[in-house]
Design a protein around this ligand. Structure first.
Ligand code: GUN
Length: 300
C-alpha cells in the first residue's frame, strides 16, 4: 500500500479562505473587524519568525493585527498590565502571548491572566476545563488543525481506535480530549508506555507529538491507518552537503508511507494548519463576543 499524502499546506489555505470570506461578511453586515494581539517578550529568533508570520497572515485574511514587543528584561507586572489593557480593549478579540517566556516570568500566571474568551491559544485553565468536560471552549490550535484534517480525511471518527503519542498540555492532552469528543477510543502513550509498538499497531489513527526525530517506524503502523505527524525535528543531512540539515517528523515517513492509508508530511503537513487555526479561533472569539453566527467547520 502507498499512503495518500495529506496536503496540510493546501488544507491550511482553504481554512484561511473560509476565514477571509467570513471576515468579509462580518465587516459588511456588522462593521466589525476581528483583531488579534500578539505579545512577544524578548528576542528568541524562532519566536520572532512565528510572530512575523502570524501578523502577516492575520492581515491577509482581513483582520487587524496588533503586535506588542517587550524587552527580555521587562518586569512581569508590566506584561500583566499590558494583558489587562488588551483584555479590556473591545477591538482585540484574540490575545496570544508567545511562548516560551523569559525565566523570570511565571508562564501559568501570565496565561491565566488572559480573558478566557480571548484566549485563542486555548491554554487558559478555564478553557482546558471546558474542553475536558465537553463544553464550548477555545481549543489549542495545533490539535484543532489535526482534528480538522482527520475529519476531512475520514469523515466520522466515531468508534475508531486512536493513539496519541505524547502528553504535553499544548498538543497531546487536548488532542486526546478532541478525539474523545468525536467518540474515538483513545490511548495516550508516552515515554514510559510499556509496549509502544503494540499500542500503535492497534490504532486506526496515530497522532505523533513527542518531539523525537523519526521514532515511529513504518512497521509499527497498522495497514491503512491515518497518521498525523506533529513533530518538527531538525536533523543532520550529510547527503545534502557538509553542515546541512533537514526537517523530519516524529514518524519515519518513508517506511510509514508504505503501510499507512494516509499520512501528513513534514514539512507541509500539520505545521501550516497551526496558524490557520489561530486565525479561525480569532474569528470564532470575535463572533462569540458579539453574539454573531460562528463559522461552520472551523471549530471543534
Ligand atoms: N510557541 C510555540 N508554539 C506556540 C503556540 O502555539 N502558542 C504560543 N503562545 N506560543 C508558542
Amino acid at each position: 500500500m502507498t499512503a495518500q499524502i495529506i496536503d496540510g499546506k493546501a488544507f491550511a489555505a482553504s481554512v484561511r479562505e473560509k476565514v477571509a470570506a467570513h471576515v468579509a461578511r462580518l465587516k459588511d453586515e456588522s462593521g466589525i473587524t476581528p483583531g488579534l494581539a500578539v505579545v512577544l517578550v524578548g528576542e528568541d529568533p524562532a519566536s520572532q519568525v512565528y510572530v512575523r508570520s502570524k501578523g502577516k497572515q492575520t492581515v491577509e485574511v482581513g483582520m487587524n493585527s496588533y503586535e506588542h514587543k517587550l524587552e527580555a528584561n521587562t518586569p512581569e507586572a508590566d506584561l500583566l498590565a499590558l494583558i489587562d489593557k488588551l483584555n479590556n480593549d473591545p477591538a482585540v478579540h484574540g490575545i496570544l502571548v508567545q511562548l516560551p517566556l523569559p525565566d523570570h516570568m511565571r508562564e501559568d500566571l501570565v496565561i491565566n491572566s488572559i480573558d478566557p474568551a480571548k484566549d485563542v491559544d486555548g491554554f487558559h485553565i478555564s478553557n482546558v476545563g471546558l474542553l475536558g468536560t465537553g463544553q464550548k471552549s477555545m481549543v489549542p490550535c495545533t490539535p484543532l488543525g489535526c482534528l480538522m484534517m482527520l475529519r476531512e480525511q475520514l469523515g466520522s471518527l466515531s468508534g475508531l481506535d486512536a493513539v496519541v503519542i505524547g502528553r504535553s498540555n499544548i498538543v497531546g492532552k487536548p488532542m486526546a480530549q478532541l478525539l474523545l469528543g468525536d467518540s474515538c477510543t483513545v490511548t495516550i502513550a508516552h515515554s514510559r508506555t510499556k509496549d509502544l509498538p503494540g499500542v500503535v499497531g492497534r490504532a486506526d489513527i496515530v497522532v505523533a507529538a513527542v518531539g523525537r526525530a523519526e521514532m515511529v517506524p513504518g512497521d509499527w503502523i497498522k495497514p491503512g491507518a491515518t497518521v498525523i505527524d506533529v513533530g518538527i525535528n531538525r536533523i543532520d543531512a550529510p547527503e545534502k552537503g557538509e553542515g546541512k540539515t533537514r526537517l523530519v517528523g516524529d514518524v519515519h515517513f518513508e517506511s510509514a508511507a508504505k503501510v499507512a492509508g494516509a499520512i501528513t508530511p513534514v514539512p507541509g503537513g500539520v505545521g501550516p494548519m497551526t496558524i490557520a487555526c489561530l486565525l479561525a479561533n480569532t474569528l470564532t472569539a470575535c463572533c462569540r463576543a458579539n453574539e454573531l453566527t460562528e463559522p461552520d467547520g472551523l471549530t471543534a
